[in-house]
Design a protein around this ligand. Structure first.
Ligand SMILES: [Zn+2]
Length: 412
């Protein structure tokens, strides 16, 4: 096999790994969750990594949502390069709101595709199926290219996913999509496959079901990190270089009475401008909205006509709970986003506020706990830890999409 010593992709260069590299994206892992589990004495692997190995903070991309950040991590680039800047956007060609989880929206190859071409075996496992096809884009599915979700693990086939009979191999039933067990399945499958195949690169991505419901240090949160810890400990024993990071953080978004803090932006704009002039798109919207009711801290507005943009921007900025209002170009520059997939304005709400459309369009009946969510600058800080020491200087601003760079180029 022609194994290159270096792999080049998206303007970055990665060294060939001496031992398997596992990057884990812990969905919604606000800094403090890992530490709380370590302090509670239930996470010996994390404890060791935090105190003896690499323990850094990094910045996620904005919007601090799942898909943009997962795609940044697996391409090593910001959304301005890979093109995925939310779950939803308004397709300028059709004028319709469309999901951005189709591989045709991806504008850059993944690190996996480049390494596979250089001879590496690749395994990617996600909790929710919405990410699977994006992460697997460009990958040759087969013995050396495995890609499946725990959500649809029982439907995995050799042709579509490179692996079959997954629940039997893992020894677990396919869990409910709204459960901590969905993430456990990802880790359990990762360990089994590492034991049998030892791929060069493995990417594991969980769901933030627990983090949406439980604060840092809560018993259910500590149990979740204890579970992650036990599987990571096994991968560590197998000699893997492990980097764990997150796609975004998570914060409480409710008031003292536990009612969600929501800016109903479509309602406001209809009052100000008349119906039909402004269209609010919430890129957090996806088919799995039970735990956040499609409420996050980021929104974009499309205007059918712009009469007085400066005045509108001022009015939007003055809304109680609003952190930042930017026009398309400024947002694209500041957050490294693809301008052609943004509305006329980008809005970010404050730490404890969310942005919605109108009251009747959010089903909050399934929110059994006070709202916790993400999307804003307040959820940009995430952990970036590794079970090796690093030669990266202290004080550098790291991004979560430096995860593979850290594991492949800077582990010592
Ligand atoms: Zn997420």
């Amino acid at each position: 096999m022609n194994r290159h010593s270096k792999v080049h992709v998206n303007g970055r260069t990665y060294s060939w790994p001496n031992s398997p590299v596992v990057v884990l994206c812990i969905d919604g892992s606000e800094p403090g969750y890992i530490e709380a589990a370590a302090d509670a004495g239930v996470a010996p692997f994390f404890s060791k990594v935090l105190s003896e190995c690499t323990n850094r903070l990094a910045e996620s991309v904005i919007p601090s949502f799942t898909n943009p950040n997962n795609l940044s991590i697996v391409t090593g680039t910001p959304p301005s390069v890979h093109g995925i800047c939310g779950n939803f956007f308004l397709d300028p060609e059709s004028g319709k709101e469309v999901m951005m989880n189709e591989p045709r929206f991806l504008r850059a190859p993944t690190i996996f595709e480049a390494f596979q071409r250089a001879g590496a075996a690749i395994v990617t496992i996600t909790a929710k199926d919405k990410l699977r096809r994006l992460l697997g884009h460009g990958l040759k599915i087969g013995e050396r290219g495995i890609c499946f979700s725990s959500e649809l693990a029982d439907r995995a086939t050799l042709i579509e996913n490179g692996i079959a009979d997954v629940p039997e191999m893992v020894g677990l039933d396919v869990p409910d999509v709204y459960s901590a067990a969905l993430s456990r399945f990802v880790l359990a499958a990762g360990v089994k496959i590492m034991q049998s195949r030892r791929p060069e690169l493995m990417y594991l991505s969980t769901t933030d079901y627990i983090q949406h419901k439980h604060a840092i240090g809560a018993p259910a949160a500590n149990d979740f990190y204890k579970m992650l810890d036990s599987y990571l400990g096994q991968l560590d024993t197998m000699g893997c270089t492990i980097v764990a990071t997150a796609d975004h953080g998570m914060n409480p978004k409710h008031d003292d009475t536990s009612a969600p803090n929501v800016i109903y932006l479509q309602t406001l704009l209809d009052e100000w401008l008349g119906a039909g002039v402004a269209r609010v798109i919430l890129p957090i919207t996806d088919p799995y909205i039970v735990h956040h009711g499609a409420l996050g801290s980021y929104a974009t507005i499309y205007l059918s006509k712009i009469s007085n943009a400066t005045n509108l921007s001022k009015r939007l900025s003055a809304i109680d709970g609003m952190e930042l209002v930017l026009d398309r170009q400024s947002a694209a520059e500041r957050f490294e986003l693809p301008p052609d997939r943004l509305g006329d304005f980008i809005l970010v709400s404050k730490k404890h506020h969310t942005i919605g459309t109108s009251l009747d369009r959010h089903d909050l009946s399934a929110l059994t706990e006070p709202l916790r969510s993400h999307g804003g600058i307040s959820e940009q800080r995430v952990p970036l830890i590794m079970n090796r020491k690093t030669n990266l200087a202290q004080g550098l601003t790291l991004r979560n999409f430096d995860a593979f760079d850290l594991a492949l180029n800077h582990a010592i």
